[in-house]
Design a protein around this ligand. Structure first.
Ligand code: GAP
Length: 568
């Protein structure tokens, strides 16, 4: 991983964002080669998902959507709720809904299975310094000592061997008391739309409220209708008696009309535009809408270089099908997506499926798989393929009041036995990370090979065995030396490549061996060299990056030869 990160910087694939200002955590810029690689990955996805299929069309929706989209999708939930992460299982949950054991109660951590229990016991030992007792899938030995403290009691011990502050609740699924601080947060980045700066109104309201002796009374006087609505944030905050909560509720109320969010996924636009796309393009289920582009998440943990960042790119497709056919389509898309990943990989065995356990899936999903890649730190997610039922269309129907259905004139409604059948299609969603794909393909391609030089010494050849269609530069054209008409001939050849739209580069700097080494390192699949023979018989050498073998071909055929190899 370190070597790939270093190569990325040195050769211009990926830079830390705003590096000259000390860098911005978790934000990355794609340099000249990275920009090409990312475009190629996304281009290949689009070619496979949209251009090679009759039943999939594309969409390029705006990043900022109506705020109600995120209320309907469930992304906005939790704005005013304290969220907590379990430090062991990574489960994120609402603190106010969590189970609250009494002082003296045992706090068993119930893991999904024995294997996970072993992993989590090891994690806990490493991070918290205690070896919990393992009994099948349950980790024992923890007890709530009081409302604010829990401890580890070895078998039969009356006093704890170790204690920690207790939040008074445990995680709902596994019962873990190892929890992060409570945070009022949402993954979505907020922004304000409109010419008026809402901060001005916030400042004015706070100036007034801060002078008030009785905050609740002052808020009630200013926002009588919000206070009268028991479900409003202001009414709830007054009922809680917490000053900070009330101030926050007031700020939320003032800023709400202008509030907008950067999309945390590209998927929702495909549900929201389902009807428009279907009506305008004449598509009918089964059909898909595909989109790729930027998504933004204010991730609590950013990690592993571009693996998890706050700004990233996704490649998602919502495939709308008849209810009851989702199992077949899930099988279809699983196969299609895995073969896409493996087609571009040097090591196809580094990609696998992992089916989600029932308690891991969203409540509305009826099946879900991750395509996982074997990263240097272990297997991790690359793409999720979810069978989402008709949940999303149903949510958008509910929140928008618009019908998002397909009417099949030929079929009878299974419930009534009468034609036509009007239904909300079920959805299979293959959702891949484009920037994560860039990382996976770089890791898959990075090779170091030992080889013997002409003088008999062993040297390491670094070669990026990127699939030619992903490679940033398809072909380098190199004059053997900078004289005898070779540069002129090489320039003629490069001009033909550029005219044909093949990204080729002319390179005359350094000795020929160094130039080959540089192009091996950045993944250029072919090098064409103009040498003395070229000037007499019109042939050039075509060198293959992976085998380093060279063949002589007519210079006039160089473009066609590269193009036909790219098409393979
Ligand atoms: N619409 C479903 C959805 O967005 P997801 O599993 O949250 O599902 C899909 O995201 C893919 O997007 C993931 O498999 C991953 O490859 C990528 N992804 C998600 N969050 C990311 C992040 N913070 N940084 C980079 N890639 C991310």
């Amino acid at each position: 991983m370190k070597k790939v990160v270093s190569l990325c910087k040195q050769r211009g694939f990926v830079f830390q964002s705003s590096e000259i200002y000390g860098g911005l955590k978790s934000a990355y810029d794609y340099g000249p080669l990275g920009a090409e690689l990312k475009r190629n990955v996304m281009g290949e996805w689009w070619r496979d998902m949209v251009h090679s299929r009759e039943n999939v069309v594309g969409l390029d929706a705006s990043i900022i959507m109506h705020p109600d989209v995120w209320r309907a999708s469930g992304h906005a939930a939790g704005f005013s709720d304290p969220l907590v992460d379990c430090l062991v299982s990574k489960e994120r949950f609402r603190a106010d809904k969590a189970p609250r054991p009494n002082p003296g109660d045992a706090l068993p951590i119930t893991c999904p299975d024995k294997g996970v229990a072993k992993d989590w016991a090891e994690q806990i030992e490493k991070r918290f310094g205690v070896a919990l007792e393992r009994d099948g899938n349950v980790l024992g030995g923890l007890t709530a000592i009081s409302a604010t403290e829990f401890g580890f009691f070895a078998k039969g011990a009356a006093t704890p061997a170790k204690t920690w502050p207790f939040r008074g609740y445990v995680s709902p699924t596994f019962g873990s008391p190892f929890l992060s601080d409570e945070r009022q947060f949402n993954l979505m980045f907020r922004t304000a739309l409109g010419a008026v700066d809402p901060m001005q109104d916030v400042a004015a309201a706070l100036a007034e409220l801060s002078a008030a002796g009785d905050l609740a009374a002052a808020v009630t006087a200013q926002y009588p209708s919000a206070v009268a609505d028991a479900g409003s944030a202001i009414a709830k905050a007054i009922a809680s008696g917490e000053r900070a909560k009330l101030i926050r509720a007031v700020i939320e109320t003032i800023t709400a009309p202008n509030m907008a969010y950067l999309r945390p996924e590209t998927a929702q636009a495909m549900f929201v535009q389902f009807k428009n796309v279907m009506d305008s393009s004449g598509m009918k289920p089964p059909f898909g809408i595909a989109q790729m582009g930027k998504s933004f998440r204010n991730e609590v943990t950013v990690e592993h270089f571009i693996f998890r960042s706050c700004e990233f790119e996704q490649m998602e497709m919502e495939f709308f099908c008849e209810p009851g056919t989702q199992k077949e389509w899930m099988a279809f898309w699983k196969e299609a997506r895995m073969s896409w990943w493996q087609r571009y990989a040097t090591y196809p065995e580094s990609f696998r499926f992992r089916q989600h356990a029932k308690d891991e899936m969203a409540f509305y999903a009826d099946d879900c798989y991750d395509v996982e890649y074997l990263y240097p730190w272990g297997w991790g997610e690359l793409e999720g393929i979810a069978s989402r039922t008709d949940y999303d269309l149903g949510q958008h129907e509910k929140h928008s009041g618009q019908k998002l259905r397909y009417t099949d004139q030929e079929k009878a409604d299974p419930a009534t036995g009468k034609k036509p059948w009007q239904y909300k299609p079920f959805v299979i969603e293959p959702a891949a990370g484009a920037t994560r794909a860039v990382l996976a393909f770089l890791l898959d391609a990075y090779h170091e090979e030992e080889r013997r030089t002409a003088t008999g010494e062993i040297e390491i050849r670094t070669v990026l065995k990127l699939h030619p269609r992903l490679a940033p530069i398809k072909c380098a054209v190199l004059p053997l030396v900078k004289k005898d008409g070779m540069p002129e001939k090489a320039r003629e050849i490069i001009a033909r490549f550029l005219q044909a739209g093949v990204n080729a580069k002319y390179d005359e700097k350094a000795a020929i061996g160094k130039r080959y080494a540089k192009h091996d390192e950045i993944g250029t699949p072919w090098c064409i060299t103009v040498d003395g023979q070229t000037l007499t018989d019109g042939t050039v050498t075509l060198r293959d990056r992976d085998t380093t073998e060279q063949v002589r071909i007519p210079a006039d055929e160089a473009v066609e030869q590269v193009r036909s190899r790219l098409a393979r």
